[in-house]
Design a protein around this ligand. Sequence first.
Ligand code: AMP
Ligand code: MN
Ligand code: MN
Ligand code: MN
Length: 283
Amino acid sequence: MFASFARNPDLHCHSTVSDGTLTPAALAQRAHANGVDLWALTDHDELGGLTEARQSAEALGLRFVPGVEISVSFAAQTVHIVALNFDDSHPVLQGGLQQIRAGRDQRARDMAADLEKHLGLSDVYAGALRYAGNPALMSRTHFARLLVELGVCRQTHEVFSRYLTPGKPGYVEHEWARLDEALSWVRAAGGITVIAHPGRYRFTETEEWALLERFKSLGGQGIEVVTGSHTAAQARKYAKLALEFGFYASRGSDFHSPGESICDLGRLAPLPADLAPVWDLLH
Ligand code: AMP
Ligand code: MN
Ligand code: MN
Ligand code: MN
């Protein structure tokens, strides 16, 4: 149980391999400089940054856990599942993620067309592509950065309140993986799964309960309690639900970029003391 003594774990962040602005190596350095002592890189639907992240962390003496944040569709919404501590060369996990990524390019083209129509812009796809460190992983974040560059909005946060979200221009419905599929891929690769930032979904209480029940029945073990996406009240709510459901609790900044992320790597409140930390499962 090498990680039991982690005092400042950060098990959720993004690099240029998905929608972050720092390379895996730069993230490792920043995590280490900020006092993180157990670190996971969790790019969206993509394992391509893990080798660089692992090597950089090892060189710094920073304990590293391979991770990925998987896009899932559940009850007509997108839910993110953070997977940790798997064999990142496993073909089942790699194939599943490849399947999710394959839908992203057409989605990006459709988003671009919708933004062009609503804003009277042109070349939106090519513009967003310039922000994508990995062309296989075009994300809404890359469009948000373009809209800031073009002066449509002042900040990426503002973009997500006016565009790119359900009912707003630039939003395109998309079918991601099914929850059961995603969990089976991670199980095949020997990893564990955690529901990412549960406070961010727009579920009714009944739908949220159904998600937690289903996740648990499929073998899901963890839930993020302390994350850059939660208010203190949300952390308390999900701490209580973690105890009720018997989930291990996770902690991660969801850091994307120095200029955009409110919460920096490692700069998070501690987990409430009565919760079982998910890092107790990381051998
Ligand atoms: P995608 O996977 O293409 O749907 O993009 C999802 C990403 O968009 C998330 O991982 C966040 O990085 C970003 N995002 C979504 N909603 C918001 C928001 N309200 N504020 C800032 N970033 C957001
Ligand atoms: Mn993201
Ligand atoms: Mn997420
Ligand atoms: Mn994330």
